[in-house]
Design a binder for this molecule. Structure first.
Ligand code: NAD
Length: 424
């Protein structure tokens, strides 16, 4: 995963927005003030200094964080990002969102996130490995298969997870694959993890289509961002019979009213790094237009804040399924809803990744491996169940799907806290 943070979403403002959304849902639930006090703060914040011997012999010290927002429903779960704009407040906000995401799809985890303030593109492979191993060593006092299980996030990948797993295992004196997910298959990764987020997103679209009577066969779709989430969402939408007529990446956008050959575009992009090198039947259009073509289904799967007050009125999709985290600003959310667009919120639409991470953890604990078919079937079952719970709640309470998802998530976490009680 490689993408930049936007400054509006970084730092304090992201935490402020995250807390606002939580308090709005808590108000609607009439949540007990004591529980609200508990969920308003992260349970643990570990701040670490990470010294790394650089290739030139000097030592640089990087700041890093691991935040566990909640452990009420199980061990904490969440990615590690390497990015120069990482702040503690941002990591807190992301950890909190993980709590809600895991709760909405009902997997037995709390939320966590980690981050190191570093631009990994400035590091050699050796420096990156030493940084990862020392960061893992510093946070090893709070992570573990029963405590907190990291995963890839912005600028971290399966190789980095392999180093995390190996470092933790060296400390313990035996292999501990379940300390981390998103590992390479060879050392305990799960089949079906790579396309899990895009696939899970499409499963929520399938369920919504059933509820609103939209036939996916022949329906049109556009996908913003052609990375891990976007490219797989596009391919799986095509498998479902949809016509994907526009896709974009950071370089630009491609359009074909008759439907694009997403597999061929993916092959080209994997080779050259840009979808614009695709030579097949497609017209190049300005990047932003991929969001605005009239379609049944739009999947923003690039960055945060892509649908905003400035372009929301030009978006003509019936369904927006948020593959990315936070792609719609609060103002745009309201504009889209007033236009009649149905938004499948990020904490639900992109929860397929953490769901298959959960499957990877379970397989690791049991030392067995599932087939790709088993993974996809279990993912479909969980995404469909979660979607329908959210949809039913939205109908019952006459609220949008985002509000309904937060109501369910917060209620589940609150219930766990209530049942466990406050220690001592
Ligand atoms: P990625 O780095 O693989 O892909 C990002 C894509 O977006 C790239 O194709 C890039 O060219 C494109 N892009 C960047 N800026 C763009 C712009 N302005 N317009 C159009 N395209 C642009 O990242 P990813 O893993 O696919 O993640 C995408 C989003 O999904 C992020 O918000 C991420 O947090 C979220 N997400 C990812 C996962 C996962 O499992 N990978 C899980 C949950 C949420």
């Amino acid at each position: 995963m490689l993408h930049m943070n936007s400054s509006e979403q970084g730092g304090t403002s992201m935490l402020k927005v995250t807390l606002e959304v939580m308090h709005r849902a808590a108000d609607r639930l009439g949540l007990d003030q004591s529980i609200r006090n508990v969920i308003s703060k992260p349970q643990r914040i570990l701040s670490v200094a990470v010294p790394v011997r650089m290739d030139d012999g000097s030592v640089k010290v990087f700041d890093g964080y691991r935040v566990q927002h909640s452990l009420a429903r199980g061990p904490a779960k969440g990615g590690i990002r390497f990015h120069p704009e990482v702040t503690m407040d941002e990591v807190v906000a992301l950890a909190m969102n993980m709590t809600w995401k895991c709760a909405v799809v009902d997997i037995p985890y709390g939320g966590a996130k980690g981050g190191v303030v570093v631009d990994p593109r400035q590091l050699s492979v050796g420096e990156l490995e030493r940084l990862t191993r020392r960061f893992t060593s510093e946070i090893s006092i709070i992570i573990g298969p029963e405590k907190d299980i990291p995963a890839p996030d912005v600028n971290t990948n399966p190789q980095i997870m392999a180093w995390v797993m190996d470092t933790y295992s060296m400390h313990m004196g035996y292999s501990v694959p379940s300390v981390v997910t998103g590992k390479p298959i060879e050392i305990g990764g799960s089949l079906g993890r790579v396309d899990a987020t895009g696939r899970g997103c499409v499963y929520t679209i399938v369920e919504l289509a059933k509820r609103i009577g939209l036939k996916l066969e022949g329906a049109t779709a556009a996908v913003q961002g052609f990375g891990n989430v976007g490219s797989h969402a596009a391919l799986i939408l095509q498998e479902m019979g949809c016509r994907v007529i526009a896709v974009s990446d950071v370089h630009g956008a491609l359009y074909n009213e008759k439907g694009l050959d997403c597999r061929a575009i993916k092959e080209v992009a994997a080779r050259t790094g840009s979808i614009l090198d695709y030579q097949g039947e497609a017209e190049q259009i300005p990047r932003e237009q991929a969001l605005e073509v009239p379609v049944d289904i739009l999947v923003p799967a690039a960055l945060e804040n892509q649908i905003h007050a400035g372009n929301a009125r030009r978006i003509r999709a019936k369904i927006v399924a948020e593959g990315a985290n936070g792609p719609t600003t609060n103002e745009a959310d309201e504009i889209l809803r007033n236009q009649g667009t149905i938004i499948i919120p990020d904490i639900l639409a992109n929860a397929g990744g953490v769901t298959v991470s959960y499957f990877e953890w379970v397989q690791g604990l049991q030392s067995l491996s599932w087939t790709a078919k088993q993974v996809a079937a279990e993912l479909e079952r969980r995404m469909a169940t979660s979607f329908n719970q959210v949809y039913d709640r939205a109908e019952r309470e006459e609220v949008d799907l985002r509000t309904a998802a937060y109501l369910i998530a917060i209620e589940r976490v609150a219930q766990a806290i209530k049942l466990r009680g406050i220690y001592p």
